[in-house]
Design a protein around this ligand. Structure first.
Ligand code: ADP
Length: 263
């Protein structure tokens, strides 16, 4: 769990009117669901919006062990008795923060259900263990993200949960924008950014051949950083782009061929 209040503007290059939609949601107290592949900019977008709206941001990375008490809080045992400690969701509701639950499908259903009363007009969080009902402060907003392609069928959000959110589809940026982002984030030159984006497009088309995870903007930035800092570009591509994606020999070899054809 992390809590941030950004001083400097987190760099975010919009793809469409997502900033506007998010602002309207914030204003109208609507919860937001960000859908899109890993590394496409969902977290950065939320960081940028928290900065724009001047709200603190509390981020929770969801996992299948995440219990309701991890979000709401628990009694801590001390030498002189027990003391209640708010969890991150409760703190966000009290402080009027933006609460971002990353990869929400990873959380157990019984954990996700506690979000329901916060997403409708009541905007409340009942704390069973203390009997308190926390009324969310005005700036509070719930934002969740998930990757629709990942573990599809195995895990999905219940319709009763999904329908509580305004959904925004984010995807990898267009070629020109992705080049711009790589240049901004890594400081690499135009030619390298261009070649990396060309390579990414070629590798992304291997999805049809069984590549489960395709290269994200994040991986392209990491590769550009390696190359910018002295690693020969092909080696940077193997370490930064190919190896993280697959262990399958034939796919790795197909991707190596694409690197050789690009650089
Ligand atoms: P996600 O949360 O979707 O997994 P992130 O927000 O962590 O992905 O994005 C990974 C990285 O890619 C960010 O740290 C940022 O450097 C970069 N990035 C992706 N999209 C954008 C964008 N539209 N504007 C600025 N940076 C971006």
């Amino acid at each position: 769990m992390t809590e941030t209040a950004a001083q400097a503007e987190p760099y975010y290059l919009p793809a469409g009117n997502e900033i506007d939609i998010f602002e309207r949601c914030h204003e109208q107290r609507l919860a937001v669901m960000l859908k899109g592949p890993t590394g496409c900019g969902k977290t950065r977008f939320v960081e940028h919006m928290a900065w724009r709206l001047k709200r603190p941001l509390i981020t929770i990375a969801c996992h299948d062990d995440l219990a309701a008490s991890d979000l709401i809080g628990r009694f801590l045992i001390r030498h002189d008795g027990t003391q209640w400690q708010d969890g991150p969701l409760t703190r966000a509701a009290r402080e009027g923060a933006i609460c971002y639950l990353d990869e929400v499908v990873e959380a157990r259903q019984d954990t996700v259900v506690i979000l329901h009363a916060l997403t409708d007009h009541r905007r409340i969080l009942p704390i069973d263990k203390t009997g308190e009902i926390v009324q969310a402060a005005p700036g509070f907003q719930l934002v969740v993200s998930y990757n629709p392609g990942y573990q599809r069928m195995l895990k999905d959000l219940k319709p009763s949960t999904r329908q509580r959110f305004v959904a925004m589809d984010l995807d990898f940026p267009g070629a020109e924008q992705e080049m711009e982002i790589i240049r901004q984030e890594s400081g690499t030159d135009h030619a390298t950014a261009h070649a990396l984006v060309t390579l990414a497009h070629r590798i992304r088309s291997l999805r049809d051949r069984g590549l489960a995870e395709v290269p994200s903007t994040r991986l392209l930035i990491a590769t550009a950083l390696l190359a910018k800092n002295g690693i020969p570009v092909k080696e940077a591509c193997y370490a930064g782009l190919i190896s993280p994606l697959s262990d399958d020999e034939s796919l790795v070899s197909a991707m190596r061929d694409l690197v050789d054809a690009t650089f």
